[in-house]
Ligand binder design. Sequence first.
Ligand code: FES
Length: 132
Amino acid sequence: MPVEAAYSDKVMEHFTNPRNVGEIPDASGIGTVGNPVCGDVMRIYLGIEDNVITDAKFKTFGCGAAIATSSMVTELVKGKTIEEALAITNKAVAEALDGLPPIKMHCSVLAEEGVQAAIEDYRKKSGITNEQ
Ligand code: FES
C-alpha cells in the first residue's frame, strides 16, 4: 500500500497545492507555534479589519499534514470574526480535510494554536495602539 494512501485526497491536494503560502507585510497579528513532538514550526499571519479576518497566510516548516492543515485553516478563518476564528478546533480543521490518520492528528494542533497565537498578538498590539 503506498504511504500516501493513509491521507485523504483533500489532504494530498492541499499538501501539493497549498493555499495562502507566504507572509502578510504589516500583518495585524502573527502567531508562531512549535510542535514539541516533532519540532515542526508553523507561523500564521492575519490581516484583521473591524474584528473580521480579511486575509490569512502561513509559513510552515513541517510535515505534509502540517502544510495541509495550515492551508486549510488559513482558508477557514478568512471572513470570520475573531471570536469565530478562536472557536475553530484542530478537529474541525482535520474534518475539513476529510480527516487525518490518527498519528497525524497532533499536526493539526499547530493550526488551531497558530491562529490563536496570531489573534493574541493582534490583541496585544491593538491594546498598545488603542491606548489613550
Ligand atoms: Fe510535525 Fe506533523 S510531524 S507537525
